[in-house]
Design a protein around this ligand. Sequence first.
Ligand code: SF4
Length: 186
Amino acid sequence: VSDDPYHHDKKEITPAQWADQAALEIGLAVNKLCIHEPRCEQPKDNQKGEPIYAGGPKLKGRAIEKLIQNLPLRPWSEHRACILEDLRDPKRVHVDPLGNVHLCQGISIGNILQQPLSRLLKNYDPDSHPICGPLLKGGPAQLARHYEVAVQPGYVDACHMCSMVCKALMSRFPEILTPSQVYGVF
Ligand code: SF4
């Protein structure tokens, strides 16, 4: 359960704490996740003297708008690779309550309510996947170029840009860039 101010307003007892307590009472193991505020660092060997985003939460999905405030941006064209997922040879996927199988948050390879997971994984072809193909070729910058998505001058990191470009492409790939709530569209 996620228990931090990004998931719940400042409540005396958060929904996550209620869930944690309920789990304890029925003997269910629970892991608690807590996101810390992202920070900027000014490394000594940074020749250009620009601050860089140094850790903190992953800048993906609907949390982005809350997380990127005051973080430094890098030009969009520099985000030329996916930085966190192995899209060519994924070792894990995420399955959401609607059955979507995600390679990364909001990037689906199909739905287990329509096809078995084993078949989805067997049929996954990274280069021909409409989103992963361009990402593998040149990261979010290439994804934006490929589909002629209007970009902002800069983004904090590749995931920030990727999420924004995918959000702009949702209506073109509704079965892949799903569910919409991942992108903050309800
Ligand atoms: S958000 Fe995009 S760039 Fe970041 S890990 Fe996921 S697929 Fe890769």
